[in-house]
Ligand binder design. Structure first.
Ligand SMILES: CC(C)(COP(=O)(O)OP(=O)(O)OC[C@H]1O[C@@H](n2cnc3c(N)ncnc32)[C@H](O)[C@@H]1OP(=O)(O)O)[C@@H](O)C(=O)NCCC(=O)NCCS
Length: 168
């Protein structure tokens, strides 16, 4: 096991609320061009809503989830693994499921843009099912999310939003 493997092992990561949202907003802006995310035909600013993070023993943020409650639905507005391909997002998502249960949620909703193949695979591997296809939603909301990228994964044009849901 390398030092990196040990630092990133699930048992060595601690979950806590993220109070300083600036690094999250910076990452979201780097990825998507905006700190605002679209879920269920609402836009949410990740600097305003709740966020939890997984931190390594050195205090580095290795994954985060931005979320808010709407009725009995947890709206998962963002979930990022800073280091990919190590099972960290899966671990973060398990923590999110626990948080959602604590909040009394009946399900978790996540929105993925049409280009985002890694996220579409990730959520389905983690038990999410498709619930709604919003054709043209990203284009329709661009005015509320200035700077939002036009092309995403492998240069695929970003137009639509796919909502996935996990029943708790
Ligand atoms: C999508 C993302 C969250 C996956 O994070 P990760 O830590 O690499 O995912 P994990 O290692 O926990 O992988 C979980 C499963 O998803 C699969 N997966 C994750 N990324 C994948 C990819 N790019 N291609 C194929 N499969 C992928 C893994 O193979 C794994 O399957 P397994 O359980 O059968 O081994 C990460 O790439 C990311 O942060 N992307 C940018 C932000 C984003 O798009 N978030 C989601 C929408 S807000």
């Amino acid at each position: 096991m390398t030092i990196d493997d040990e630092l990133l092992a699930a048992e060595n990561l601690s979950l806590r609320p993220v109070t300083d949202k600036r690094p999250i907003a910076a990452l979201m802006t780097k990825y998507w061009g905006s700190p605002r995310m679209l879920v269920g035909m609402h836009t949410y600013d990740v600097t305003v809503i709740d966020a939890h993070g997984l931190f390594d023993p050195a205090g580095n943020l290795v994954a985060f989830a931005s979320w808010t409650m709407r009725d009995k639905n947890m709206m998962l507005c963002a979930l990022h693994a800073v280091t990919e391909g190590r099972g960290i997002a899966s671990h973060m998502l398990e923590c999110v499921k626990d948080l959602a249960r604590e909040q009394g949620a009946r399900n978790i909703r996540a929105m993925v843009s049409n280009d985002n193949m890694p996220a579409l695979i990730f959520y389905q591997k983690c038990g999410f099912r498709f619930s709604t296809l919003y054709v043209g939603a990203v284009d329709a909301y661009r005015g509320q999310m200035p700077g939002l990228i036009k092309n995403g994964y492998l240069g695929i044009p970003v137009h639509d939003a796919l909502e996935l849901e996990f029943a708790l």
